[in-house]
Design a protein around this ligand. Structure first.
Ligand code: GTP
Length: 355
């Protein structure tokens, strides 16, 4: 089976990490996020993937070349971002399958343990134009919701509301019959959720929902990104692409971690990164060359490439851009982000390791 992988978004919610690296290429449990998706797609029987690129397009081919994780790869770039459906239409130029075959469409920021083979089988049995993976969530009011009838056929695409009629939401993985992609207008900005799916439904096409609520995470926000990385390290979702066995921590080559530091809850310590004695790092991502000094505490945070956390400083739910510096004793919390290269001076209260 062939697939199209949507990877052209700017990843604005993950800035400043996405200034230098597109979201799908951010290091996640030791490898680019997409590596986990490629390995999972291969396991589901996908043998060729077309990347739909736009933002920093050249970085994808440089990262994966023409074959990776058992899958042949092709790249199609948009001259201007065409939105999710426009990107599918544009990338379909590079598909080789025939008009009635299924094509898997994956969002480049979803970590999902669902059974793709079962989704394809629902699609084929129903002779559907499109079959969407749907997940049930506790609070559907934060998303648009997708009701289905007794046969599993999608009846509507509803905008966000405080009173959703179902807890099913679009999980961002679709099976399109190849010729259904050709109903999307060419070279126009089009959204699958706002235009393509509602349009197919109102034209009477069969749009099916495949409901499976196993492990599913959209890693588009800083909090979710950190959680996804830690879940992979902890083995809450299996990935053949992870360099190492699941456990409390993943320590990459050349990293130096003091035996007197506490590092757990799925933390990744990047290549050449260093954690000093008395530091505590919980459920976080330290990118290559990051440094956490003695007595510092880092929790639920990302420390960018070469960024430094000074002695006794605290980070909780924070993103440090590449090369940022947090001086001794500072306390940063709750979604704060430091842009690359910013340096916070030490706090006036002197930090003492003897305390
Ligand atoms: P935010 O800016 O933080 O919302 O992230 P994003 O740019 O990734 O947008 P969003 O999460 O809505 O995108 C869902 C998926 O579609 C991601 O995998 C994006 O890379 C991809 N995507 C979004 N817009 C485009 C586009 O115009 N072209 C292409 N090729 N992919 C897109």
């Amino acid at each position: 089976m062939e697939a199209i992988l949507l990877v052209g978004g700017q990843g604005t919610r993950l800035r400043p990490l996405t200034i230098s690296t597109p979201k799908p290429l951010l290091p996640t449990a030791g490898v680019a996020f997409l590596a986990h998706q490629l390995a999972r797609a291969h396991a589901a029987g996908v043998d060729r993937i077309v990347f739909a690129t736009s933002y920093r397009a050249e970085m994808f081919e440089a990262a994966f070349g023409s074959h990776a994780y058992g899958v042949d790869l092709a790249y199609v770039s948009e001259r201007r971002p065409l939105g999710t459906a426009g990107a599918i239409r544009n990338a379909a130029k590079a598909l080789t399958c025939s008009s009635n075959e299924p094509v898997l469409i994956l969002n480049g920021d979803i970590l999902s343990g669902h059974d793709v083979t079962a989704q394809v089988s629902v699609h084929e049995k129903a002779g559907a134009a499109v079959t969407l993976h749907l997940v049930e969530v506790e609070d559907p009011s934060r998303f648009g919701c997708v009701p289905t009838d007794a046969d599993g056929r999608v009846t509507a695409f509803l905008e966000k509301t405080n009173h959703p009629v179902t807890d099913q939401i679009n999980a961002g993985c679709y099976v399109f019959r190849r010729d259904a992609i050709d109903t999307i207008p060419e070279d126009e900005v089009v959204s699958v959720e706002r235009e393509t799916f509602p349009g197919l439904i109102s034209s009477g096409a069969v749009v099916m929902g495949y409901v499976e609520s196993g492990y599913w995470l959209d890693v588009g926000t800083p909090q979710a990104f950190v959680r996804g990385s830690c879940d992979l390290v902890l083995g809450r979702i299996a990935s053949a692409a992870m360099p190492g066995d699941p456990g409390e921590r993943l320590i990459l080559d050349g990293a130096v971690v003091s035996p007197r530091a506490v590092v757990r809850d799925g933390t990744t310590v990047g290549r050449g990164a260093e954690i000093e004695a008395g530091a505590t790092v919980l459920g976080s991502v330290l990118q290559d060359g990051a440094f956490v000094a003695e007595g510092a505490t880092v929790r639920d945070s990302v420390v960018g490439r070469g960024a430094r956390v000074g002695p006794g400083a605290t980070l909780d739910g924070v993103i440090l851009g590449d090369g940022a510096l947090v001086g001794p004793g500072n306390e940063l919390r709750d979604g704060l982000r430091l842009w690359p290269g910013i340096a916070l001076p030490p706090t006036a209260v002197r930090f003492s390791t003897d305390a």
